[in-house]
Ligand binder design. Structure first.
Ligand code: FAD
Length: 415
């Protein structure tokens, strides 16, 4: 190992950047700084679900993970129940997910980010620092410039700057647009509603235990789950998007447009109430879901990308943050075993990219099935059961020790 520390700039202080910073901070030969473009480190959106698999990788990445989750107010969740939402079989249970292993945890995003950041020294966290450019400097050093005119010199740069991040463009070199995120074929709209109101509108039977309900059906999907100590309910309508705009990711929602989208659902148990709850907000909009269809590499010499910057996925299998945590686990493991930046990033790319690409495609395909447009599944109840149950297996069957050992073999070959 070299005597001086490896100076690493982490660009982006969302869940990926903050988790990675925790995974690297205690490695003696690594010196990290995190640069966030926003004036404050913050998370938008309501909840994130960490499956038992994501919890396992978090515990490997960060020894104090259990403490962080507990301080962030993580709440164990009963299984997610998938039911039919449209047509003659509306109300039939398809299956219950997440019954094996430890329960999933539901966590308020802002609380999780707050707790991840609270364990880091304040002087490594830099807000209002928007990356402007990355350029090779003298003696193998990377010159990083920020939009406020400041600059820094580093031995490595890790882009955790999200789905449209600049570091991705740098890593992909000549033709980054060819690999930009693009519409995945679905939109969704979310609203947070007071618990008692949701219970009154949707029906008491869905609130007897704390459980996430997903309603699967004709061209669309409806979900509701309980948050924040049973004070709020997250309500979601998603649907197939036939002609997505490549420029505008949001479109206004009206009662007419929702009645049209959910036409074959309106006689069922859930759609009418959910339309009322989604429209019960100022200026309701549907947001197009985008993902990365293919990415030729996650690393370019001493620069690499993690989290949504590398592999943004649709939310259908709920594992985007899970993949960012796995990235942190593997980079932490590799840096504990090496001080050779290029070799670490090459090994990281080789071991992580096949898994992440597989999950991105699986998630999009799961969206097709859940919205009733899966090939050879359609709206058939038995086929829903057969096709949906195994889809989480590719995510959950991973042996993390073997994943780390594979990364180590790649590291040795690259060193
Ligand atoms: C609706 C929805 C629900 C989801 N639910 C789940 C779930 O239940 N479970 C799960 O595992 N995953 C879930 N995901 C996925 C998960 O939220 C994301 O994968 C994860 O939050 C990505 O984190 P990130 O840090 O990579 O990106 P981001 O959260 O986008 O963070 C990127 C950060 O980089 C900063 N930044 C951007 N550009 C620059 C720049 N030039 N310079 C400096 N900083 C910059 C941004 O300000 C931001 O803070 C969901 C996603 C969506 C959209």
């Amino acid at each position: 190992m070299q005597n001086s520390s490896i100076r690493i700039a982490i660009i982006g202080g969302g869940l990926a950047g903050a988790t990675l910073a925790n995974a690297l901070i205690h490695i003696p030969h690594v010196d990290i700084n995190v640069y966030e473009s926003a004036p404050e480190f913050s998370e938008r959106g309501a909840a994130v679900v960490l499956t038992s698999t994501a919890q396992r990788s978090l515990a490997r990445a960060i020894p104090s993970a259990r403490d962080i989750l507990s301080k962030a107010g993580a709440v164990p969740m009963n299984s997610s129940r998938l039911l039919v939402g449209s047509g003659p079989e509306a109300g039939a249970v398809i299956l219950d997910l997440g019954q094996n292993g430890d329960p999933n945890l539901v966590i308020h995003r802002a609380s999780l980010l707050r707790e991840l950041l609270s364990t880091l020294p304040k002087d490594v966290l830099h807000a209002s620092k928007r990356l402007a450019s990355i350029a090779p400097g003298k003696h193998g050093v990377i010159q990083v410039a920020f939009e406020d005119g400041s600059e820094g010199q580093f031995d490595a740069v890790i882009g955790a700057d999200g789905i449209f991040g600049n570091v991705r463009k740098h890593v992909l070199g000549d033709n980054p647009e060819a690999y930009s995120a693009s519409p995945a074929g679905f939109w969704d709209s979310r609203n947070l509603v007071p618990y008692e109101k949701a219970k009154a509108v949707l029906g008491e039977e869905y609130f007897a235990i704390d459980r996430q309900f997903g309603w699967v059906g004709d061209n669309a999907f409806i979900m509701h789950d309980i948050l924040e100590n049973r004070t709020m309910v997250q309500c979601i309508i998603s649907a197939v998007e036939n002609n997505p705009s490549k420029t505008d990711r949001k479109h206004p929602l009206t009662r007419e447009s929702l009645n049209q989208t959910l036409g074959s659902w309106l006689d069922g148990p859930i759609a009418k109430g959910m339309i009322d709850l989604i429209l019960d907000q100022e200026d309701p909009h549907g947001y197009s879901q985008w993902d990365h269809k293919s990415t030729p590499t996650y690393a370019n010499g001493p620069v690499c990308i993690v989290g949504d910057a590398a592999h943004a996925m649709t939310p259908w299998q709920g594992f985007g943050a899970g993949m960012a945590i796995e990235d942190a686990m593997i980079l932490g493991f590799l840096f504990r075993n090496s001080d050779k930046v290029d070799a670490v990033f090459k090994a990281f790319d080789e071991v992580r990219r096949p898994r992440c690409e597989q999950i991105i495609h699986s998630s999009r395909g799961t969206g097709d099935i859940i919205c009733g447009v899966g090939k050879e599944v359609g709206l058939n109840l038995d086929k829903f059961r057969e096709s949906l149950a195994p889809r989480w297996h590719i995510i959950d069957a991973i042996d993390y020790e073997a994943h780390e050992q594979e990364a180590l073999s790649k590291l040795r070959l690259a060193s």
